[in-house]
Write a protein that binds this ligand. Structure first.
Ligand code: UDP
Length: 377
């Protein structure tokens, strides 16, 4: 394995973008992927009912970044899809993010204007000028009762930590609305790729300069690879330094156990995603994929998500302790020349999909513009 210029570890968003960008400037690229498929956690497939299903949880694309939107449009047609989530609270199904309907339903209120909702929020919220953690962030937005009903236990199930043990930014991902807007996101571009993410990744990687090696663990073959100019590593950063005796503290990750059930009726639930923020069940949410894009089939399947601390790493756990451990790894990473750590796991950051695209595009630009500049000096 020697005749290539760029080595990329991982065929998810970051790896695919870097491969495509380098191929486009004439470089020979080798991607090594441990799994038996491309597309990382965006991987989707058609199940036995012909329903496009995501193997690693629902992936809803949303962005305000025109550059990223233009980039992904080169590789797929997209249809507008404004994602909605409902939460099962006290036997009611209510919108999340919290909006006027949520408050009216749970508290028997009759709020009907933004002013009334703002008044309700200001009477209920617990004010924190700069919330120090997830609990303060939620209390500051919606107050104690909604915190208990919708955020506290869901967060404990998802992270095995209470909101007080996590960065405010984790809980601040969910806004609060003073109107009836029941969309989960408010970005300008909200869409799903026609035909699915895997198909889009096939197109991104469809270039004569790109070779993809599946079912291959980089760490098992790395001694056989040489001669490349640059290495882009998109796996967990601590795995890369597993041999380093000075770096023994493990980073924490959350994984998800997806439990699929086939149901012998047309629909199981009224929405693609129903969150279960209470303690009465162990799963965080149920996803019924046929709702995405209004797919049709005579029977249905659902996937219950249980978040666990073992298995494939999906989420970095953003808190002070892990950031301090990550900083030690980052220090080692920065010492390496022509080895770049990119993406959610290698940067230990809770990136959304568009941020992962942006991060990879920016890295490519910064490296290649730098080379152009150096050549001109
Ligand atoms: N969250 C919650 N209740 C919900 C939905 C989310 O407490 O019904 C919290 C939880 O801590 C979660 C965070 O808000 O990790 C961010 O939610 P998001 O939906 O962005 O998480 P993801 O889709 O990445 O799993």
């Amino acid at each position: 394995m020697t005749n290539f210029d760029i080595l990329v570890i991982g065929a998810g968003i970051s790896g695919a973008v870097l491969a495509e960008r380098y191929a486009s400037i004439g470089k020979q690229v080798l991607i090594i992927e441990k799994r038996d498929h491309i597309a990382g956690n965006c991987f989707d497939y058609f199940d036995e009912n012909g329903i496009l299903t995501s193997k690693y949880g629902a992936h809803l694309f949303h962005t305000n970044d025109k550059g990223v939107w233009d980039y992904v449009n080169q590789f797929s047609d997209w249809y507008t899809w404004e994602h909605k989530v409902i939460a099962k609270v006290d036997d009611h199904l209510v919108p999340i993010p919290v909006n006027i309907t949520t408050v009216n339903t749970l508290f028997n209120e009759e709020i009907s204007s933004e002013e009334e909702m703002q008044k309700w929020l200001s009477e209920n919220r617990v004010k924190y000028d700069s919330p120090k953690n997830g609990e303060e962030a939620v209390l500051n937005r919606v107050g104690k009762v909604l915190y208990e009903k919708m955020f506290k236990h869901y967060t404990k199930k998802q992270w095995d930590k209470y909101p007080s043990e996590l960065h405010a930014s984790v809980l601040e991902r969910i806004p609060v609305r003073d109107n009836y807007d029941d969309r989960y996101f408010s970005d300008i571009y909200q869409a799903l790729p026609k035909g699915g993410y895997t198909k889009m990744f096939q197109k991104i990687l469809d270039h004569p300069n790109i070779t993809v090696l599946l079912n291959t663990d980089y760490f098992e073959v790395k001694d056989q690879i040489s001669g490349y100019e640059k290495l882009f590593y998109t796996g967990p950063i601590d795995r890369f330094f597993a041999f380093n005796k000075n770096l023994t503290e493990k980073l924490e990750y959350r994984s998800i156990n997806f439990v699929r059930e086939d149901i012998d009726k047309e629909y199981f639930q009224e929405n693609s995603v129903v969150n279960y923020p209470g303690e009465e069940v162990d799963y965080t949410r149920i996803v019924e994929y046929k709702h995405f894009g209004n797919q049709k089939s005579p029977t249905t399947s659902i996937v219950k998500e249980f978040t666990v601390d073992h298995g494939e790493p999906y989420y970095p756990v953003p808190n002070e302790k892990n950031q301090a451990i990550y900083a030690q790894y980052k220090k080692e990473a920065d010492k390496l020349v022509d080895v770049h750590f990119v993406g959610r796991l290698a940067n230990y950051k809770y990136f959304n999909m568009d941020q992962a695209f942006r991060n990879a595009l920016d890295l490519f630009e910064s490296l290649e513009l730098k080379i152009l500049k150096d050549n001109h000096c």
